[in-house]
Design a protein around this ligand. Structure first.
Ligand code: N01
Length: 534
């Protein structure tokens, strides 16, 4: 094989398609029994995308854009999985995808990579591309007694395909990030009781999901060139630009009206209505207060409303969820909220969850909406060994180091789609993925022509790490101490700001410059020559 690609989600599928078109021999190895990546695994109740359907999709083929029909403003998990199945068949990708193959290790040998799966089967390739996703390594809290829980427990990112019948049952859900906030209203409808265990209160904005009419779809399809232009011009890959209105200059009533309008429109676009919301503390405080007011207006019980009100981080410094009736759900008689910051969970008992105070909550079903070991987890889950046998786990012991999130010093001819240090999770993912895949494809064409190796230089990595930190420091993002952007949700994980916060548009330019100037940060050198002698 010229290229092995690990993962068959949005990234792996498009990488395979591009490689095929360029005449490379390539195969995709996928641990799951189906394609879809994140959308294969995350089947929890309420799973739905937070980006709008018309742009949470590929842009590489105008025919695909025109023929696919999205049914709702925000696509549900099953619809996105169906879309990716369609793409797989439409471009005849299936014959080069091996399903049910979990990669255990990838070792640099001679001029290529030896990739070994968990069954011990080896495959060899010249170039290795990881398309393992940013949020695919489930983070299940290490709680004493979990193995002895008498009921059933599930992590949302590993939800059983046959579903979980919670009808009439006592359900406990841990975690109030984007996932928990999507799942709570749906679980509450059929559970006998639902107890939500909240560690950090979260802001959330109504999604305002709705079916898409034929007319809306037709208008979008007619406008796709402009949609794509806007996506490329924006900082986060969404097809809208940030407002140029200084909200603090507005009289109170006009500012309130601006927030109300953005609230009524709903979705992640709320952020774009508030210029400098992520860089100006006063602007952010004003928007955060508006969102706190909304919680008080929605939740009937003042004590529950206060517990649900975020006070320890500015709005959007943690990835903001969007919801369909989340805060309203706490007005149901079968739903209760428990503050586990005030009274932490200490263990799982056979009958439920025990808190530090000694209080025990009796449960039949326990749901962990506790997120992921983000960005580095999926890569470090594979034993990747570069030149001289150096393990990626050791190279990243103090946090990940990459050049542009695309490659790692000491690991020649390895390319990481949406790796740490790239904008990835701060953007609309398909936009970031397509940019990475296209960029990697161009570089591979060059490497095939010249016979060179590509391996980031330590200097380039150092410079990029400084840029990533500087970009984060120019925002309020590092102020959220418990953010998974910083690795704070996983005990023992180094606290390093993981994605590049300097904007997708600027990042794209930086990558284009790197290519146009001959890939100086990738230390291109003739085949067979080691990096140290280069
Ligand atoms: O995970 P999270 P997620 N005891 O890490 C809590 C994307 N996404 O799966 O904040 C008690 O955000 C944790 O508390 P804290 C999106 O990018 C996209 O919800 O660490 N609680 C937090 O409340 C999103 O940001 C979509 O203090 C514990 C929650 O669990 C990312 O995935 C939908 C705990 C985890 O929140 C991750 O979201 C869903 C413990 N031991 C997700 N450990 C769409 O676009 C963790 N928590 C569709």
């Amino acid at each position: 094989m010229d290229v092995l690609v690990i993962g068959a989600g949005f990234a792996g599928l498009y990488m395979l398609h591009r490689l095929r078109g360029l005449g490379f021999t390539a195969r995709v190895l996928e641990a799951a029994d189906g394609v879809g990546g994140t959308w294969y695994w995350n089947r929890y109740p309420g799973a739905r995308c937070d980006s709008e359907s018309y742009y949470y999709c590929y842009s590489f083929d105008p025919e695909l854009e025109q023929e696919w029909r999205w049914s709702e403003r925000y696509p549900g998990q099953e619809e996105i999985r169906g879309y990716l199945e369609h793409v797989t068949d439409r471009y005849d990708l299936r014959r080069d995808i091996e399903l049910g193959v979990r990669v255990a290790s990838a070792v640099r040998e001679d001029d290529g990579w030896v990739v070994t799966d968990t069954e011990g089967r080896e495959r060899r390739c010249r170039w290795l591309v990881t398309a393992v996703g940013c949020l695919s390594a489930a983070n299940v809290p290490d709680l004493a007694g979990l193995a002895d829980f008498a009921g059933e427990w599930h992590h949302t990112g590993r939800w059983p395909h046959e579903g979980v019948d919670v009808t009439g049952k006592r359900v406990g859900l841990v975690g109030t990030g984007s996932t928990g906030i999507q799942a709570v209203p749906v679980l509450a409808e059929s559970a006998g009781s639902l107890t939500v265990f909240q560690r950090t209160a979260n802001y959330s904005i109504p999604a305002r999901n709705a079916p898409l009419s034929e007319a809306e779809m037709a208008a979008t399809k007619a406008d796709y060139p402009e949609v794509r232009r806007l996506q490329r011009a924006s900082t986060n890959g969404h097809p809208y630009l940030v407002s140029d209105v200084d909200v603090l200059d507005l009289p109170d009533d006009e500012r309130r009206a601006l927030y109300e309008k953005a609230w009524d429109r709903g979705g992640l676009r709320f952020r774009a209505a508030v210029k400098d919301v992520l860089s100006d503390p006063a602007v952010n405080a004003s928007a955060s207060d508006f969102l706190r007011d909304k919680i008080r207006e929605t939740v009937a019980d003042p004590e529950t409303a206060e517990t649900l009100t975020p006070r320890d981080h500015p709005f959007a410094t943690k990835r903001p969820p969007i919801d369909s009736g989340y805060f309203e759900t706490y007005n149901r008689p079968n739903v209760a909220l428990v503050d586990v910051k005030a009274d932490p969970i200490t263990s799982v008992t056979p009958g439920g969850l025990r808190l530090e105070s000694g209080v025990e909550h009796e449960l039949d079903v326990l749901v962990f909406a506790t997120g992921f070991d983000a960005l580095t987890g999926p890569l470090l889950g594979i034993d990747i060994r570069g030149r001289d046998g150096v393990a990626l786990r050791d190279a990243w012991a103090d946090g990940p180091r990459t050049h542009l999130g695309l490659g790692v010093a000491g690991f020649p001819d390895l390319f990481t789609i949406t790796g740490p240090g790239s904008p990835s999770v701060l953007t609309n993912m398909p936009t970031a993925i397509e940019q990475h895949v296209d960029w990697i494809a161009d570089l591979l064409v060059r490497l095939r022509e010249t016979g060179e190796h590509a391996e980031p230089t330590p200097e380039a990595e150092e410079e990029w790490a400084a840029r990533v930190q500087e970009a984060a420091d120019a925002t309020l993002l590092p102020q959220a101490a418990s953010s998974w952007y910083l690795g704070a949700n996983v005990p023992g994980k180094p606290r390093v700001f993981l994605p590049f916060a300097g904007g997708m548009n600027h990042y794209r330019q930086r990558c284009d410059d790197e290519a146009a100037s001959g890939y100086p940060g990738f230390g291109l050198r003739p085949r067979g020559e080691s990096a140290r002698s280069a």
